[in-house]
Design a protein around this ligand. Structure first.
Ligand code: FES
Length: 112
Protein backbone atom coordinates (compact mmCIF):
# COMPACT_ATOMS: atom_id res chain seq x y z
CA UNK A 1 0.00 0.00 0.00
CA UNK A 2 1.46 3.40 -0.94
CA UNK A 3 2.05 5.85 1.90
CA UNK A 4 -0.63 8.41 2.48
CA UNK A 5 0.10 12.09 2.16
CA UNK A 6 -1.81 12.80 5.34
CA UNK A 7 -3.59 10.40 7.67
CA UNK A 8 -7.33 9.89 7.28
CA UNK A 9 -9.28 12.23 9.47
CA UNK A 10 -12.92 11.29 9.00
CA UNK A 11 -14.17 14.84 8.80
CA UNK A 12 -16.56 14.89 5.84
CA UNK A 13 -18.25 11.60 6.76
CA UNK A 14 -19.31 10.96 3.18
CA UNK A 15 -17.63 7.57 3.20
CA UNK A 16 -20.02 6.14 5.79
CA UNK A 17 -20.46 2.38 5.71
CA UNK A 18 -21.99 -0.23 7.97
CA UNK A 19 -19.49 -2.62 9.50
CA UNK A 20 -20.65 -5.92 10.94
CA UNK A 21 -18.10 -7.59 13.18
CA UNK A 22 -17.58 -11.31 13.76
CA UNK A 23 -20.11 -11.30 16.57
CA UNK A 24 -22.78 -9.84 14.31
CA UNK A 25 -22.71 -6.40 15.90
CA UNK A 26 -23.06 -3.60 13.39
CA UNK A 27 -22.24 0.05 13.44
CA UNK A 28 -22.20 2.96 11.04
CA UNK A 29 -18.69 4.35 10.70
CA UNK A 30 -16.39 6.20 8.33
CA UNK A 31 -14.54 3.83 6.04
CA UNK A 32 -11.55 6.04 5.34
CA UNK A 33 -10.15 5.61 8.83
CA UNK A 34 -11.66 2.29 9.90
CA UNK A 35 -8.96 -0.36 10.23
CA UNK A 36 -9.37 -3.39 8.01
CA UNK A 37 -9.88 -6.53 10.09
CA UNK A 38 -10.26 -10.20 9.30
CA UNK A 39 -13.87 -11.32 9.36
CA UNK A 40 -15.67 -7.99 9.16
CA UNK A 41 -18.46 -7.39 6.68
CA UNK A 42 -18.51 -3.90 5.19
CA UNK A 43 -21.85 -2.86 3.73
CA UNK A 44 -21.98 0.14 1.47
CA UNK A 45 -25.62 0.71 0.72
CA UNK A 46 -27.87 -0.52 3.50
CA UNK A 47 -30.92 1.61 4.31
CA UNK A 48 -29.13 2.90 7.43
CA UNK A 49 -26.00 3.84 5.47
CA UNK A 50 -28.00 5.61 2.79
CA UNK A 51 -30.03 7.49 5.40
CA UNK A 52 -26.94 8.65 7.31
CA UNK A 53 -25.09 9.57 4.12
CA UNK A 54 -28.03 11.69 2.97
CA UNK A 55 -28.04 13.53 6.28
CA UNK A 56 -24.32 14.24 5.92
CA UNK A 57 -24.79 15.51 2.37
CA UNK A 58 -27.55 17.82 3.57
CA UNK A 59 -25.34 19.16 6.36
CA UNK A 60 -22.47 19.82 3.96
CA UNK A 61 -24.84 21.38 1.45
CA UNK A 62 -26.01 23.80 4.14
CA UNK A 63 -22.38 24.77 4.76
CA UNK A 64 -21.50 25.18 1.05
CA UNK A 65 -24.78 25.44 -0.85
CA UNK A 66 -23.23 26.70 -4.07
CA UNK A 67 -20.68 23.93 -4.51
CA UNK A 68 -21.25 22.27 -7.89
CA UNK A 69 -19.65 19.06 -6.60
CA UNK A 70 -21.90 18.89 -3.56
CA UNK A 71 -24.98 19.75 -5.61
CA UNK A 72 -24.11 16.93 -8.01
CA UNK A 73 -23.55 14.51 -5.13
CA UNK A 74 -26.84 15.59 -3.60
CA UNK A 75 -28.67 15.01 -6.88
CA UNK A 76 -27.09 11.56 -7.22
CA UNK A 77 -28.49 10.75 -3.78
CA UNK A 78 -31.97 12.08 -4.48
CA UNK A 79 -31.54 15.31 -2.53
CA UNK A 80 -32.90 18.42 -4.22
CA UNK A 81 -31.97 20.85 -1.48
CA UNK A 82 -31.08 21.00 2.19
CA UNK A 83 -33.75 21.55 4.80
CA UNK A 84 -31.25 23.41 6.96
CA UNK A 85 -30.34 27.07 7.06
CA UNK A 86 -27.77 27.73 4.37
CA UNK A 87 -24.56 29.67 4.62
CA UNK A 88 -24.81 31.30 1.18
CA UNK A 89 -21.24 32.58 1.48
CA UNK A 90 -19.90 29.21 2.59
CA UNK A 91 -16.91 27.94 0.64
CA UNK A 92 -15.49 25.30 2.95
CA UNK A 93 -16.77 22.09 4.51
CA UNK A 94 -14.13 22.35 7.23
CA UNK A 95 -12.58 18.98 6.48
CA UNK A 96 -9.20 20.30 7.57
CA UNK A 97 -7.37 18.73 4.64
CA UNK A 98 -5.70 21.95 3.45
CA UNK A 99 -4.46 22.72 6.94
CA UNK A 100 -3.15 19.19 7.50
CA UNK A 101 -1.33 19.20 4.16
CA UNK A 102 0.13 22.59 4.98
CA UNK A 103 1.49 21.45 8.33
CA UNK A 104 2.39 17.83 7.48
CA UNK A 105 3.66 18.04 3.90
CA UNK A 106 4.73 21.62 3.41
CA UNK A 107 5.78 21.80 7.05
CA UNK A 108 4.47 25.32 7.32
CA UNK A 109 1.68 26.84 9.29
CA UNK A 110 0.53 29.31 6.69
CA UNK A 111 -3.17 28.64 7.10
CA UNK A 112 -3.23 29.08 10.85
S1 FES B 1 -14.78 11.00 6.31
FE1 FES B 1 -14.02 9.41 5.10
S2 FES B 1 -13.58 10.36 3.22
FE2 FES B 1 -14.36 11.99 4.45
Amino acid sequence: MPPRAVPSYGACRLCLVEVVDRRGRSKITTSCNFPVQEGIDVRLDTPAVLKHRKIMIELLLAMVPNSPELRELAAENGIEDTRLDKDEKGECILCGLCERVCTSIVEANALA
